[in-house]
Design a binder for this molecule. Structure first.
Ligand SMILES: Cc1cc2nc3c(=O)[nH]c(=O)nc-3n(C[C@H](O)[C@H](O)[C@H](O)COP(=O)(O)OP(=O)(O)OC[C@H]3O[C@@H](n4cnc5c(N)ncnc54)[C@H](O)[C@@H]3O)c2cc1C
Length: 501
C-alpha cells in the first residue's frame, strides 16, 4: 500500500488512537491523561460508552466478581448498592468515570474502525473508519473487547423457526415473554443469571443443556446502610473489602494451576448441588463430568431453585434440529417454543479474524495468527509496531477481576510509551524471538492447569484445543510481569536507526 506524502488537513493525526469505550479503552484513556498525554482520541462504533455493560441488558445481568473489585482502583465507587452489582449500576459507574475524568471530548461515537495499516516510512498507522474518515496516529491501542461478538450456533433448520429468536447479548426487549413458551439454549454465565428472572414470567421455560457446569453460591446481598456510609466516609474500609475480594478471587487460581488441590472446591460445589437439588435424577443431569475450574465456575443462588419450578424443565438429550414451531431433540421429542433465546456465549477463537490489520512488511494479522492468537504479555505482537492490545491473547482466564488485568496492561503500555520517549524511538516492536520464548514458557506452564487438562472444552481453548485465553498464573504474577517493560524485549528505532541501547 502506497501512502500519500502530503499532509491532508482532513486527516486527523492524534498521537494515540484507542479503539473501544469499554472498561479497557476508558481505563487506557484515564491513565494516558494522568501521564500527561493530551493528544488522544477514542473511537467507538456505538453511540454510547460501556461496551459489555451497554450491550448486555438481559434480566439479571450482573458481574460475577465482587463490585469492589469490579471497578478501577483509581476510581473506586463509594456507592455500590450490592456486593455484586447489576448491569445498570455498572453502566452508570462507567458513565460517571467518563464524566469525572472529562473523557467525552476525546470520544468519537458512531465511528467504527474498518482497517489499520502501518506506514513504515512515517512510523505511523493509517486507520480508516466505515464512514471513510482517516486517522494517522503514532500509536494504536486496540480495546475492542474479547467478549464482544455473540456466538450464534449454526443449528440445523434455525432459519425455519417462525417464532422470535435472539442472543442474550442482544436481548430483544420488545418481545414480551409473559405467557410464552421460551426455549433457552445454553447454561453458562449469562443463562444462569436470566433464567431465574424469566421463570414465572413465561408460561414455560425449556432449558437446553449441553454440559453441566460447576456452581458455587454467590455471596451477593444488598450492602447495608452502614457499610455504604463507611465506604463513603472512610475509604480504607472499602479498600479492606477490596483486599478481601482480591484474595478470594486469587486463591482458587492456585488450585486451577495445580489441579491436585481442586478437591476442596469440588466438595463445596457438590454440597451446594446436594443441598439445593434433592431429586437424584435432576442432580445427576447437573453433575459436571470434568474438573472444577476447567470452565468458568458459575456463581448463583437462584439457578438450581429456578430449574425445580413446575414451569421450568431441563433437557439434556441434545438438539437435533429447529422446526417451524420449536426444537426437536435427539430423542425425537418436539419442544414447542414461541421464543428461543441463545445463551451461547461469544466468539473468542480469533478475535481479529475479520479485522484488516496490516503491519510491517505487509504482514496481516491473519498471517501472523495463522496457527492461533499469540502476543507478548497479551499486549504486543511481533510484526505490528506501535500497536498495543488490551485483553489480548493469554492475559485473562483465571478468576481474578478482568479490571485488575486491564489496569496492569494499561500501566505497561504507558511505560512502553515512556520507554519510546526516553530512547527517542519512533517505533517499538516486540522481538519475534522474545514473543516465541514467552509463548513457549506460557504454554508449558498452562499444560498442567485445569483449563488445559480438566477434561472439558471451554472457550479458553481454540478449535485446535490450544489455550489462547488464560494467563498461567495469579493476577499478582501478571501484575508483576507488567510493572516495567524490558527494553531488551523490543526493537526500538528512529528512522531505521537502532535505539534499543
Ligand atoms: C455478560 C458479561 C458479564 C461479565 N462479567 C464479568 C465479571 O463479572 N468479571 C470480569 O472480570 N469480567 C466479566 N466479563 C468480561 C467483560 O467482557 C470484561 O470484564 C470487560 O467489560 C471487557 O471490557 P473491554 O473494554 O475489554 O471490552 P468491551 O466491554 O467489549 O468493549 C469493547 C468496545 O469496543 C467497541 N468496538 C468494537 N469494535 C470496534 C470497532 N471496530 N470500531 C470502534 N469500536 C469498536 C465496542 O462497541 C465496545 O464498546 C463479563 C462479560 C460479559 C459479556
Amino acid at each position: 500500500m502506497a501512502f500519500a506524502q502530503e499532509t491532508d488537513e482532513s486527516i486527523a493525526t492524534p498521537d494515540v488512537l484507542i479503539v473501544g469505550t469499554g472498561l479497557a479503552g476508558l481505563g487506557m484513556a484515564v491513565k494516558l491523561a494522568e501521564a500527561g498525554h493530551r493528544d488522544f482520541v477514542i473511537l467507538e462504533k456505538a453511540g454510547e460508552v460501556g461496551g459489555t455493560w451497554r450491550e448486555n441488558t438481559y434480566p439479571g445481568c450482573a458481574c460475577d466478581v465482587a463490585s469492589v473489585m469490579y471497578s478501577y482502583s483509581f476510581a473506586p465507587n463509594r456507592n455500590w448498592s450490592r456486593m455484586y452489582a447489576e448491569q445498570p449500576e455498572i453502566l452508570d459507574y462507567i458513565k460517571h468515570v467518563v464524566k469525572e475524568r472529562d473523557l467525552e471530548p476525546h470520544i468519537r461515537f458512531h465511528t467504527e474502525v474498518t482497517s489499520y495499516e502501518f506506514d513504515e516510512a512515517a512510523d505511523r498507522w493509517h486507520v480508516r473508519t466505515r464512514s471513510g474518515q482517516e486517522y494517522r496516529p503514532r500509536i494504536v491501542v486496540l480495546a475492542h473487547g474479547a467478549l464482544h461478538q455473540p456466538n450464534v450456533p449454526d443449528l440445523p433448520g434455525m432459519d425455519r423457526f417462525k417464532g422470535e429468536l435472539f442472543h442474550s447479548a442482544q436481548w430483544d426487549h420488545s418481545v414480551d415473554l409473559r405467557g410464552k413458551r421460551v426455549a433457552v439454549i445454553g447454561t453458562g454465565s449469562s443463562a444462569v443469571q436470566f433464567i431465574p428472572r424469566i421463570a414465572g414470567v413465561a408460561a414455560h421455560v425449556d432449558v437446553f443443556q449441553r454440559n453441566a457446569h460447576w456452581v458455587l453460591p454467590k455471596a451477593d446481598r444488598p450492602l447495608k446502610h452502614l457499610e455504604r456510609r463507611l465506604f463513603a466516609s472512610l475509604p480504607f474500609v472499602q479498600r479492606l473489602y477490596r483486599l478481601a475480594a482480591y484474595w478470594t478471587h486469587e486463591l482458587p487460581v492456585l488450585a486451577f494451576l495445580n489441579p491436585k488441590y481442586l478437591g476442596v472446591l469440588e466438595l463445596a460445589a457438590k454440597r451446594t448441588l446436594e443441598k439445593q437439588v434433592p431429586d437424584p435424577e435432576l442432580r445427576a443431569k447437573l453433575t459436571p463430568t470434568y474438573r472444577i475450574g476447567c470452565k468458568r465456575i458459575l456463581l448463583t443462588n437462584d439457578y438450581f431453585p429456578a430449574l425445580q419450578r413446575p414451569d421450568v424443565s431441563l433437557t439434556t438429550s441434545g438438539i437435533e434440529e429447529f422446526t417451524e414451531s420449536g426444537i426437536r431433540t435427539k430423542d425425537g421429542e418436539l419442544h414447542e417454543a414461541d421464543v428461543v433465546i441463545l445463551a451461547t456465549g461469544f466468539s473468542t477463537d480469533n478475535r481479529c479474524a475479520s479485522e484488516h490489520i496490516v503491519g510491517r512488511g505487509g504482514l496481516t494479522i491473519q498471517e501472523a495468527w495463522r496457527d492461533g492468537m499469540t502476543a507478548h504479555l497479551g499486549t504486543t505482537v511481533a510484526g505490528f509496531p506501535n500497536l498495543f492490545m488490551l485483553m489480548g491473547p493469554n492475559s485473562g482466564g483465571g478468576a481474578q477481576s478482568i479490571l485488575f488485568v486491564i489496569e496492569a496492561q494499561v500501566h505497561y503500555i504507558v511505560e512502553c510509551l515512556k520507554l519510546m520517549r526516553s530512547r527517542r524511538a519512533t517505533r517499538l516492536e516486540v522481538r519475534a524471538e522474545v514473543q516465541q520464548r514467552f509463548n513457549d514458557w506460557l504454554h508449558a506452564k498452562l499444560s498442567g492447569s485445569v483449563w488445559n487438562s480438566g477434561g472439558c472444552h471451554s472457550w479458553f481453548l481454540d478449535h485446535r484445543g490450544v489455550n489462547r485465553q488464560s494467563w498461567p498464573g495469579t493476577g499478582t504474577s501478571y501484575w508483576r510481569a507488567t510493572r516495567r517493560p524490558d527494553p531488551q524485549a523490543f526493537l526500538l528505532t528512529q528512522g531505521g536507526a537502532d535505539r534499543s541501547r
